[in-house]
Ligand binder design. Structure first.
Ligand SMILES: [Zn+2]
Length: 159
């Protein structure tokens, strides 16, 4: 399964790749000292660098795996990724915020998050829950999940 490194202009795309289960780093989350272009060209070479910067793309080509994204809209960007064989399948594999693999929460962890965020306690009875131990965040396939599915279905249909 491909792994990715997204440049600073592709934060939204990074979020979606994580929702599809792909291990994806986002330049905006990394502590880059000095020249970011140099960093993106030379680090994490086991990942495909996704960039909207044509100059960066030309410099990185031949030195590391790199793919140029042309669209400035998320829908267009996702379609372009089809060339890389990306599958638009939502998975509860990783945190969309920080890329950490998700796991099932303990009862205590779930209750702690629900209390903090004012979520009703029957959430745990209605849905399977997943947990990011780094963000201390719960995930479940609720209304937000359905909206994302609809968005993806429309995207496939417009193709
Ligand atoms: Zn997280």
């Amino acid at each position: 399964m491909s792994k990715f490194l997204c440049d600073r202009m592709l934060g939204k795309l990074a979020t979606w790749l994580r929702l599809f289960g792909y291990d994806t780093l986002y330049a905006g989350d990394l502590e880059v000292e000095g020249d970011e272009d140099f960093f993106l060209i030379n680090e994490f070479r086991d990942r495909i660098l996704l960039t909207r910067d044509k100059e960066l793309y030309n410099r990185a080509k031949g030195l590391r795996p790199v793919f140029l994204i042309k669209s400035d809209r998320l829908e267009g960007q996702l379609r372009e990724l089809k060339a890389l064989g990306i599958r638009f399948e939502l998975k509860m594999d990783r945190c969309s915020v920080c890329n950490t693999p998700l796991r099932k929460p303990t009862r205590e962890e779930a209750l702690e998050v629900m209390k903090r965020e004012g979520i009703k306690e029957d959430l745990a009875e209605k849905f399977d829950l997943w947990y990011c131990e780094r963000c201390k965040k719960l995930y479940w396939m609720g209304g937000h999940w359905k909206n994302m599915k609809r968005f993806l279905n429309e995207l496939e249909r417009d193709n």
